[in-house]
Design a protein around this ligand. Structure first.
Ligand code: ATP
Ligand code: MG
Length: 806
């Protein structure tokens, strides 16, 4: 074992080695950027597995993006020299989705629950605000969404909010009603928003200690990267996962056949998992999303006896880059002073550039990239960062003109296109029959002559009869609508039911708990597109844009084919989950040989040979929305620090003297942060158009502003806060479904030995009433073949199906 560990710690410095080898309940690794934190986590996992101290399945590693997760898995496997299946390496959100899909029933949720994105949330909030006339009080979907998100990140739900609400404040009372309605609608639709994924998992664990115990028992080593950006809900989740399992619960697990032998201590309890977290408070950039730097600062208090390891040496960047980073971040108060250093030498100076316009700045970036490329730097080893997505316009224009291969990371928005959302809504409606939002989206898409009045009458019929929207659609003939409209509604319901039937696994699949025999996602999608005439309608439309839309939908079909090929045996829900959780950074493709363009937020944890930080101007960095907020400028400074420390060898800082946005041109001022970098570290260049005004070693604007004490420039022309920071992700390989089959009672329905035979009438929670046609299989694997009155033919595993005999 020791020979093996030596191999895993070779090439690490003494502090890194100590962090890899330490064994104890809690370990905190704090260090600046590029000091090998992520590398230590990777080696630590490999060393645990290699030393046979843990099975891969006992490891849960949390990373910030899907991309980081995939990279970590690859590196661990490279170190071990073999695949290590069963490890959970994923983001908080994807780990929670996996847990919730398995345990959904315990909290009254369907395991096929839909995950609502920001746009879905706003659609629902818009409806609620309209119904409540809440806009008269100034509520907007975005403001309500932000407030709800903040509450959920603090683990506040409707009830706890209601207890503290100020009933004399009409705004608070109205917000409570919005929050209540919003919560009810998501619940009715069996849907969760992103914040729910974390908070519902915490509630699940708190309410069902036996369910929690399964995961507490399973994960013996929990490792969290980028701990400085965890919010309260994520912190609570970690606390739940690292709790010991008490002896009485252990006994119950044992009684239910869950393996506990070898895991218990003298008292009969299973000790809490060992926790390793790594982070850098200087890189905390998600406070606006509820990230709480105190999680890292107070780690030692929360986990008494925790070992703390400090890493100091930087292995990523040149000393000039590090000195600039040190100089900038030292202006933040309230931090432990730590200085990044490297043994690798000063390297080149930083290049500064002042352009006269955003286009001029972009041209400089493009020219420098070409020069780097000629000097042998690969395009994929070059990145351009900016504060807001709007800044890509000028960059892209120039890059296209210069025929420079580039890629906007997180900027494709493919899944946000209306036609893609339409096609996805068909799939969602099939996977989750309760999802009213999806049904209403496709009700008249493509056009079937079903207007808003009909939509409303279906909705109110559902409301009055306590039916789901889908059930109400099936009952359309009772609505007193015209024959053509009635037929259109029934046809759509039938189409969806038929697609749902394609998803039922074969007898063998059901027996083995796999998805075998179920149609592939691509086939289901093709069936829906064909049956709904979605593409056909676009193809025959006179709107020239519709041709592109048709192509986009076909691109989606191609993507589902790729998914089917890469994930044999995966289900439709797996596909929907993956799409919901696509992280911005997942779209990175290192092999692609293109320059990467991305926001500073997306850049976290990454590194490139050459990095361009653009738009280093007041109003952009710090962003004008943050400049006046408490803590805003400090957080923006950390963002700048994150950007600087991504560079290995070459760093470029650029700005434009004027910037046009939304049709207005505004005069820009250099960012206050530029002054914090010592002059001797930067070599300033200027636009040829400004060359004659060059004085000293500083750009004109900076000279003019030398000594200014801040103050926002840029006026009101800058874009709003970046809305595209969603970065949730899921690892591709779904865990084998059988693995957790052995579950504690209470989380799984069990019909015991319910005897059914042909001719019996039954009622199913989702499919309604039906007649049993045939029963096959034996014992716990008996299958009822049921003809439902309106839901078509289904095969049900009698033991667990939500059915009752009538
Ligand atoms: P960040 O704060 O940006 O996330 P980090 O602390 O996680 O940075 P890593 O990404 O783990 O740092 O490491 C930075 C770079 O230094 C990587 O390229 C890594 O491979 C390299 N590195 C780390 N430790 C060593 C070492 N002991 N010897 C050689 N290279 C190292
Ligand atoms: Mg890292």
């Amino acid at each position: 074992r020791h020979a093996a560990s030596d191999r895993l710690t070779a090439g690490l410095n003494p502090q890194q080695r100590e962090a890899v080898e330490y064994r104890g309940p809690a370990l905190l690794i704090v260090a600046g950027a590029g000091s090998g934190k992520t590398r230590v986590l990777t080696h630590r996992i490999a060393s645990l597995i290699d030393g046979r101290e843990a099975w891969p399945s006992q490891i849960l590693a949390i990373t910030f993006t899907n991309k980081a997760a995939a990279e970590m898995r690859e590196r661990v496997e490279a170190l071990l020299g073999e695949a290590a299946g069963g490890m959970w390496i994923s983001t908080f959100h994807s780990a929670c989705v996996r847990i919730l899909r398995r345990e959904a029933e315990a909290i009254g949720l369907s395991s096929t629950f839909t995950i609502y994105d920001s746009a879905d949330q706003r659609t629902i909030l818009k409806r609620i605000i309209k119904e409540l006339d809440a806009d008269t009080l100034g509520f907007t979907p975005a403001s309500a969404q932000a407030k709800i998100s903040k509450l959920k990140n603090e683990l506040s739900d409707v009830e706890s909010y209601a207890r503290n609400v100020n009933t004399s404040d009409p705004n608070d009372v109205m917000f409570l009603e919005i929050f209540r309605q919003y919560t009810r609608r998501l619940r009715d639709a069996s849907a969760l928003d992103f914040d729910d994924l974390i908070s519902e998992t915490v509630y699940l664990f708190r309410a069902f200690p036996k369910v929690a115990a399964l995961y507490q028992r399973r994960f013996r080593h929990i490792l969290v990267d980028e701990y400085q950006d965890t919010n309260h809900a994520q912190y609570a989740l970690i606390r739940e996962l690292t709790r010991p399992v008490e002896p009485d619960v252990v006994a119950e697990l044992d009684a239910h056949g869950v393996l506990v032998r070898g895991l218990t201590d003298a008292s009969g309890a299973i000790p809490g998992a060992s926790l390793t977290v790594v982070g850098d408070s200087d890189q905390s950039i998600y406070a606006f999303r509820g990230a709480d730097i105190r999680n890292i600062v107070e780690f030692e208090r929360d986990f008494p006896g925790a070992k703390v390891v400090l890493l100091e040496q930087n292995y990523r960047s040149t000393q000039n880059i590090l000195s600039a980073a040190n100089a900038v971040i030292s202006n933040n108060f309230d931090r432990k002073d730590k200085k990044l250093w490297t043994a690798d030498g000063d390297g080149d100076k930083i290049t500064g550039y002042t352009g006269y316009s955003a286009h001029d700045e972009a041209q400089f970036v493009a020219d420098e990239i070409e020069a780097l490329h000629r000097a042998g730097v690969a395009y994929r080893d070059i990145a351009v960062f900016y504060r807001t997505n709007a800044q890509t316009r000028a960059l892209e224009e120039i890059f296209v003109r210069s025929a420079l291969p580039y890629r906007v990371v997180g900027g494709t928005k493919f899944y946000e296109r209306a036609e893609i959302k339409d096609a996805m809504a068909y799939l969602i409606a099939v996977a989750n029959p309760l999802d009213e939002l999806a049904l209403r989206r496709i009700l008249n898409t493509p056009k079937r002559g079903i207007g808003p009045a009909t939509e409303t009458s279906i909705a109110s019929f559902a409301e009055q009869n306590d039916l789901s929207f889908r059930q109400a659609m099936r009952a359309a003939d009772g609505l007193g609508l015209g024959p053509k409209i009635t037929k259109a509604i029934l046809d759509l319901a039938t189409l969806l039911d038929a697609a749902a039937a394609m998803l039922v696994p074969s007898q063998k699949g059901i027996d083995e708990g796999t998805n075998e025999g179920a149609s592939k996602v691509s086939d289901v999608l093709a069936f829906l597109i064909e049956g709904s005439k979605l593409v056909e309608t676009l193809r025959t439309s006179r709107d020239p844009q519709d041709e592109t839309r048709a192509e986009n939908v076909e691109e989606l079909v191609a993507q589902t084919k790729d998914f089917d090929r890469e994930n044999p045996g995966a289900s439709l829900v797996d596909f929907l989950t993956q799409v919901s959780l696509v992280a911005a950074a997942d779209e990175l493709d290192d092999a692609s040989g293109t320059v990467s363009l991305m926001t500073l937020h997306t850049a976290k944890g990454l590194e490139y040979h050459a990095v361009f930080l653009t738009g280093i101007e007041e109003g952009l960095l710090p962003h004008q929305m943050s400049a006046s907020e408490p803590g805003g400028p400090a957080e923006e400074r950390r963002l700048f620090y994150v950007g600087i420390t991504r560079a290995r060898k070459r760093l470029y800082l650029s700005l434009a003297m004027s910037r046009a946005q939304f049709g207005e041109v505004s005069v820009a001022m250099p960012s206050r942060y530029l002054q914090e970098i010592p002059d001797e570290l930067i070599d300033w260049k200027q636009s040829p158009g400004m060359a004659n005004s060059r004085g000293g070693n500083q750009p004109r604007a900076l000279n003019a502003r030398r000594g200014f004490g801040g103050g926002a420039g840029g006026g009101g022309a800058w874009g709003t806060r970046d809305r595209d920071l969603e970065r949730f992700s899921v690892t591709k390989s779904a865990a084998p479904k059988t693995e957790w089959a052995n579950r504690v009672t209470g989380t799984v329905r069990d019909n015991g030995d319910l005897t059914l035979e042909a001719g019996d009438r039954i009622r199913h929670t989702d499919f309604g009433e039906g007649t049993v046609r045939q029963v096959t299989g034996e014992g716990t694997k008996r299958i009822a073949h049921v003809a439902f009155d309106s839901a078509g033919q289904k095969k049900l595993l009698i033991k667990i199906a939500p059915i009752e005999k009538l």
